[in-house]
Ligand binder design. Structure first.
Ligand SMILES: Nc1ncnc2c1ncn2[C@@H]1O[C@H](COP(=O)(O)OP(=O)(O)OP(=O)(O)O)[C@@H](O)[C@H]1O
Length: 747
């Protein structure tokens, strides 16, 4: 017995034959114009000829003369057309070639009967649907006369048709295709209350296509594949008021995304793994509970949303010596029904829902139109529904459309509309579906055991690696905590060392690290400031020290000069009798002076070196006592000297020497002492004219004494060489010379 599908194909074949016979009859009588018209009709479903290579039967190429030649060309043309028709029939019957369209008429409802409605639809031969406003069941002749209201579908189910029959005819092949590794879609289309939900879901006693398909799927999976070799995933969503919602775990609206492999997918949609048909039924029931249904005047349980159930099947089957891994997806869609605005009794939410439903169905209609007309651009993005149906309508998919209609003449307009779009949808061609199938290399027992060992070994290594990484992480975390605790900024944090969840611990560590970093930065800033201020202070101190050293040197030079003057005055006034003694004394004085100069120069050097060393080391600079001593020395103020400082030592010695000198010069006039200025201990020699001629005890005259040179004096009594690099020359060495030598030695 031929299947409805084959019957539909034959029916189309008959239509094709009719066209062909009409064309044959046309022949020469109608001429070229008539043939051109028929050719255009056929070109709708036939591949167009290449423009660069016109076929032989192209009208421009047909010569007007020659009856025999014309007949031969006609024969060839007929052969070509028959070939094309055969190809078309094959295309219609091949899976994925075009959308299969079925019509199901529901029984007249009690309310319709009560309203006095009459049947306006007649289903004949399980394929033909006749629509008449007042059609009588027995008035076949009248029905046939109703032109334009006769539709032919792949199958048409009368009101008496049961759920099983509908499933077997419309969906069973698609489920088989899914098990072969293809994608399949079945969707119900029609006006509100036409019986879509009944067809898809049914009732407990009469389960619908969804339930029967899932039962069939699991039964066939068990037949074809071993237990555990297949995986079934289930998702169930609805499109309500242009928002996509998950029916298995309701929550926020989902966003549709384009995926290169899976097509249009709802991001975040729950995919449940189902192990049995009963489990699937439970999930389906749960999803339907969440679905938006409201009572309207047209239908007490009207679906206000489009519901899409998707079942993905992955399974492994053995074929001879190898395995095949197949993946298929079945989409079962229950659309919301189109409705007239006045059909609903509520004007607020219901009318908004109705408007959205109509809008999305209109978008579906325009997509069907574009697909039928072969347009390049199909407006799938006009609504969420068409986005989700993109693969089913225009992709590599076996698709079946079940158009639900009401028999009532009260719904004549809706029924006519549904039949019109169903008729259009027949012409939609989908892509030939590729089988999602992978051939797997056969696995022997020994190979499987080897593989198992390898996997176990890899698992062991991975576990060890994880343990190592965890240990490393713990040590890093603990060091971070310790660092954070030691830092001053972390004192405020004071994190307890107790176990916290991984995310919390990470957050705490992060905070601690940041606190440590911040405190270190602060410390660096403080140190830099300290460094800058220390450098400035050092520069100031250096300047001070330089000025002190230079003033000390000046003071020292002036002291030496004073001493020189004093010496000259001394030698110029002493009598000859005391010269020897004076010489000795002079020698001693010279020695003392040299020693004193040495001491003072050493002290100056020591002070300079000390200050330089202190400056170099960056430690505390010269102590205040030292500086004050140096300043007082410079000012000539005698202060109690610290025994440890070299300057005070020099001062003490110097003062002792000067005191001794002063004691030895009682004859120095008091005036001179008073005029000595700040160096009161060092007498300033008066000029020769102002001073009285001194009396020498030995009676040596002043001139005679003057004739004696300094060299004679020093050389006579002192065996030691004079300080400095002084050699005897023709000219006599004077104390000023000695002073110059000793000064150069100091400097
Ligand atoms: N083939 C059928 N046999 C028996 N009763 C049916 C059949 N089809 C539909 N019905 C009944 O008709 C009523 C409306 O059907 P259904 O709810 O399926 O319509 P619908 O097209 O889904 O409407 P809506 O689009 O508003 O959801 C229901 O009470 C249902 O039981």
């Amino acid at each position: 017995m031929p299947s409805p599908h084959q019957r539909a194909t034959r029916r189309e074949g008959r239509i094709g034959d009719g066209v062909l016979s009409r064309m044959t009859k046309a022949g020469n009588a109608r001429g070229c114009e008539s043939r051109a018209h028929n050719m255009r009709d056929l070109a709708f479903s036939c591949p167009r000829p290449e423009p660069s290579k016109p076929p032989e039967y192209a009208l421009d190429a047909v010569p007007l003369g020659g009856h025999t030649e014309l007949n031969a060309r006609k024969r060839r043309l007929r052969d070509d057309l028959e070939t094309v028709m055969e190809q078309t029939d094959q295309g219609a019957s091949s899976p994925g070639g075009r959308i299969m369209v079925y019509v199901r008429m529901r029984p007249m409802s009690r309310s319709e009967k009560d309203a006095g409605a009459r049947c306006c639809v007649r289903v004949v031969n399980k394929q033909d649907v006749y629509l008449a406003e007042f059609a009588s069941e027995t008035d076949y002749l009248r029905l046939k006369r109703l032109k334009g209201r006769h539709f032919v579908f792949d199958a048409a189910f009368p009101d008496a048709a049961g759920q099983e029959e509908v499933y077997n005819v419309s969906t069973a092949d698609i489920v088989e295709g899914v098990l072969q590794g293809r994608n399949g879609t079945v969707f119900c289309y029609g006006a509100t209350g036409a019986g879509k939900t009944y067809t898809m879901l049914g009732s407990t006693q009469n389960p619908g296509v969804m339930v029967l398909a899932l039962k069939d799927l699991f039964a066939k999976l068990r037949q074809q594949s071993r237990e555990g070799d297949y995986v079934v995933h289930l998702s169930y969503l609805e499109v309500y008021n242009e928002t996509v919602r998950d029916l298995l775990s309701p929550g926020r609206p989902l966003v549709l995304r384009e995926d290169s492999k899976q097509g249009t997918v709802a991001a975040g949609l729950t995919h449940y793994r189902a192990y049995s048909a009963d489990e699937v039924m439970a999930l389906l029931h749960q999803g339907n509970q969440n679905r938006t249904t409201e009572p309207t005047r047209a239908n007490e349980t009207s679906s206000r949303s489009h519901a899409i159930l998707q079942v993905t099947v992955e399974y492994k089957v053995q074929r001879d010596s190898h395995y095949l891994r197949r993946t298929g997806k079945l989409s079962l869609i229950d659309l919301a029904g189109s409705e007239r605005a006045l059909a609903t009794d509520q004007r607020t939410i219901r009318s908004l829902e109705g408007a959205n439903i109509n809008r999305s169905l209109l978008a579906l209609s325009s997509c069907i139109n574009s697909l039928v007309e072969g347009k390049r651009h199909i407006p799938f993005r006009n609504s969420k529904l068409t986005q989700l149906l993109k693969d089913s309508l225009g992709g590599a998919c076996q698709t079946a459309m079940i158009a639900n209609i009401s028999p009532s003449n009260l719904s004549f307009g809706e029924t006519q509309n549904t039949l019109h779009w169903a008729d259009r949808a027949k012409q939609i061609r989908t892509k030939i579906t590729d089988v999602n199938e992978e051939v797997q290399v056969p696995e022997s027992d020994s190979e499987q055991a080897k593989l198992l060992l390898e996997v176990q070994k890899e698992n062991q290594q991975l576990r060890m690696q994880i343990a190592r990484l965890q240990q490393k992480l713990l040590s890093i975390e603990s060091s971070a905590i310790m660092a954070a605790r030691q830092s001053p900024a972390a004192a405020a944090i004071n994190t307890p060392l107790c176990w916290t969840p991984a995310s919390d611990t990470k957050a705490i560590k992060h905070d601690e690290c940041r606190a440590v970093e911040e405190s270190l930065r602060k410390r660096i800033r403080v140190l830099e400031k300290e460094k800058e201020s220390a450098c400035q202070e050092m520069a100031v101190r250096e300047e001070e020290l330089t000025s002190i050293i230079s003033s000390l040197q000046r003071g020292h030079s002036s002291q030496i000069r004073n001493k020189d003057d004093f010496n000259r005055m001394l030698y110029g006034l002493k009598p000859k009798a005391q010269a020897d003694e004076q010489e000795n004394g002079n020698n001693a004085f010279v020695k003392r002076s040299a020693f004193e100069r040495q001491e003072s120069s050493r002290s100056a050097h020591t002070a300079a070196a000390g200050s330089a060393r202190r400056m170099t080391l960056g430690g505390p600079l010269l102590s205040n006592s030292y500086l004050s001593n140096a300043k007082s020395n410079q000012a000539g103020v005698k202060r109690p000297a610290a025994p440890s400082t070299p300057a005070s030592t020099v001062k003490t010695r110097r003062s002792r020497i000067l005191e001794a000198e002063e004691n030895r010069q009682p004859q120095m006039p008091q005036v001179q002492r008073q005029n000595s200025g700040r160096n009161s201990k060092i007498p300033i020699p008066p000029s020769a004219s102002t001073l009285p001629a001194p009396k020498t005890p030995t009676g040596i005259s002043k001139e005679a004494l003057k004739k004696r040179t300094f060299w004679d004096i020093t050389n006579a009594n002192s065996p030691s060489a004079p300080i400095g690099r002084c050699t005897r020359s023709n000219s006599a060495a004077t104390p000023s010379m000695l002073l110059q030598v000793s000064t150069s030695a100091i400097i």
